[in-house]
Design a protein around this ligand. Structure first.
Ligand SMILES: Nc1ccn([C@H]2C[C@H](O)[C@@H](COP(=O)(O)O)O2)c(=O)n1
Length: 202
């Protein structure tokens, strides 16, 4: 399985490890990269001759497709500071689960704190002890029956390089452990810089 996340390697690492245990990731504006229809989702009109048998150009690559789903999922997050999305994909390109950062199912978004810091220094007055990372939610949201036959996360594709407050050591340790576990890691290389989704008819 491949874990695609809009966030960092460090968070994705924890989730990939969790996946192994169970079964053996701001506002994003989507818009076009050029004047053609590339990257514009929902535009139905084509200038292609009806006699031209060639396939459409400018369709989404698999990586951009799964990363875009991760980005879209992030838009569901209630975290005022950081929205993260993740998409768990099987080796043959089937989406097994998607998720975003949020409080656990059944726990109200309005009753737990979204703050980063507590005036009293009480960690329980911050979001950190309660929030579930997007990658973990993508794993928890899988249809376990279909995921059970998979051998674990084999690849992590992440979007953000920066280290969300984690130390250099923790980051290096993540790399080391993923490498030891044989999990491939790579940064997403977008083929489209933006995707525009228009909620309008053809
Ligand atoms: N791999 C990650 C890293 C972070 N998150 C979530 C957890 C929090 O909701 C937010 C980080 O908040 P910040 O300290 O930047 O205010 O991002 C995640 O889901 N996956």
């Amino acid at each position: 399985m491949v874990l695609v996340s809009t966030a960092t390697l460090f968070g994705a690492f924890a989730s990939a490890m969790a996946m192994r245990f169970f079964f053996n990731p701001k506002k994003h504006l989507f818009s076009t990269i050029n004047s053609e229809s590339n990257g514009v989702v929902g535009r139905k009109n084509s200038t292609q001759s009806p006699f031209d048998p060639s396939k459409r150009k400018g369709y989404l690559s698999w990586d951009d497709y799964f990363m875009a789903i991760a980005f879209l999922s992030a838009e569901r997050s209630k975290d005022p500071n950081r929205q993260v999305g993740a998409c768990l994909v099987s080796q043959n390109g089937i989406i097994l689960g998607i998720g975003y950062n949020g409080f656990p199912r059944g726990c109200s978004d309005d009753k737990l704190p979204w703050s980063k810091k507590s005036k009293n220094g009480d960690p329980l007055e911050t979001k950190y002890p309660y929030v579930c990372h997007a990658e973990v939610n993508a794993i928890l949201n899988t249809n376990h029956a279909s995921a059970a036959g998979q051998s674990g996360v084999s690849e992590v594709i992440y979007f953000v390089e920066k280290r969300l407050g984690n130390s250099e050591a923790a980051y290096a340790a993540s790399h080391k452990l993923l490498s030891m576990a044989g999990v491939k890691v790579r940064k997403h290389q977008p083929q489209m810089s933006q995707i525009l989704i228009k909620f309008e008819g053809p």
